[in-house]
Write a protein that binds this ligand. Structure first.
Ligand code: NAD
Length: 249
C-alpha cells in the first residue's frame, strides 16, 4: 500500500467517468482516505459513499473561496490532516479566438486556474504544519501544443496558467516539504468530450497517437498515484505527460 494513513482530496472528483473519480478509486485502493469535492449537481456525497465509510464527499465550487475554505476545514476537522491535493476540476468550451466572450473567459479560467489557486491556498497551511504534502495540478496537452482538439484558446491559456502556477508554487514551497507537480493529459475518454467529437474524428486522432489509442481515466489515475506517493519523493515542479506520445518534446 502506497498511501496508508494519507488523506487525499480530489476536486471535481464526482464524475463517474472522469479522471477525478478514477484517481479517487485508485488512491483509496492504496490505503488513502479520500475526499471527493464537486458541484452539488455532481452529487459528491453519494459518489464518495460508493467508495466506503472511510471516505468523504463534500460540495465545493472551486471558484468560491468560502466553499473551498469550508471544505478544507471539514477535512481537517474529520481527519486531522491533508496529505494530497489533486486540483482536477476543469471545464472546456470549443471556441474560436474571436468568439470567446468575457463570460466564456471567466468560466474557463476561473474553474481551472482560480480553482487551483484557491484550493492550494486553503490546503497549504495544513501541509506546512505537517511539513509534508503533495499538490497535483491537472493541466492539459492543450497548454503545450496550443489546443486543436477540444477546447478553445482560453482553455489552452487556463491550462498553461496552471503549469506556471504549479511550477512557481513548487519553487516557493519546497522548503516546507510540499511538492507541487502537474499532469498534462492528452485526449482521455471522459464526459468532457462526450458528444463533442465524432467517432471518425476520434479514430483519426487515435491513428496519430504513437500508442495507437485515446487514453482512459485510469491512465491519468496511475500518474496521480505516482505523484501522490513517496515514489516521487524527489520530484517537484515537474510536468508529467500522459498522452500516449501525442506530443513528444
Ligand atoms: P469531467 O467533466 O468528467 O470532470 C470534470 C469535473 O469537474 C466534473 O465532475 C465537474 O462537475 C467538475 N467541476 C466543473 N466545474 C466545477 C467547479 N466550479 N467546482 C467544482 N467542480 C467542478 O472531465 P475530465 O475529463 O475528467 O476532466 C478532469 C480534468 O482533466 C479537467 O481539469 C480537464 O480539463 C482535464 N483534462 C481532461 C482531458 C480529457 O481529454 N478528458 C485532457 C486534458 C485535461
Amino acid at each position: 500500500m502506497l498511501l496508508t494513513d494519507r488523506v487525499a482530496l480530489i476536486t471535481g472528483g464526482a464524475g463517474l467517468n472522469g479522471l477525478g473519480f478514477a484517481t479517487a478509486r485508485l488512491l483509496a485502493s492504496q490505503g488513502a482516505r479520500v475526499v471527493i469535492t464537486d458541484l452539488e449537481a455532481a452529487a459528491p456525497l453519494q459518489v464518495a459513499a460508493t467508495l466506503g465509510d472511510a471516505h468523504l464527499g463534500l460540495v465545493a465550487d472551486v471558484t468560491n473561496k468560502f466553499e473551498v475554505e469550508s471544505a478544507v476545514a471539514r477535512v481537517l476537522d474529520k481527519f486531522g490532516r491533508l496529505d494530497v491535493l489533486v486540483n482536477n476540476a476543469g471545464i472546456t468550451q470549443p471556441r474560436k479566438t474571436i468568439d470567446i466572450s468575457g463570460a466564456d473567459y471567466d468560466a474557463v479560467l476561473d474553474v481551472s486556474l482560480r480553482g487551483t489557486l484557491l484550493f492550494s491556498q486553503a490546503a497549504i497551511p495544513a501541509m506546512q504544519r505537517q511539513g509534508s504534502g503533495s499538490i497535483i495540478c491537472i493541466s492539459s496537452v492543450s497548454a503545450q501544443r496550443g489546443g486543436g482538439i477540444l477546447g478553445g484558446p482560453h482553455y489552452s491559456a487556463a491550462k498553461a496558467g496552471v503549469l506556471g502556477l504549479a511550477r512557481a508554487m513548487a519553487r516557493e514551497l519546497g522548503t516546507d516539504g510540499i511538492r507541487v507537480n502537474s499532469i498534462t493529459p492528452g485526449l482521455i475518454g471522459t464526459d468532457i468530450s462526450k458528444g463533442k467529437l465524432t467517432e471518425e474524428r476520434k479514430a483519426q486522432i487515435a491513428g496519430e497517437i504513437p500508442l495507437g489509442r485515446i487514453g482512459v481515466a485510469e491512465d491519468v489515475a496511475g500518474a496521480c498515484l505516482f505523484l501522490a506517493s513517496d515514489l516521487s519523493s524527489y520530484c517537484t515542479g515537474i510536468t508529467l505527460d500522459v498522452n500516449g506520445g501525442m506530443l513528444i518534446h
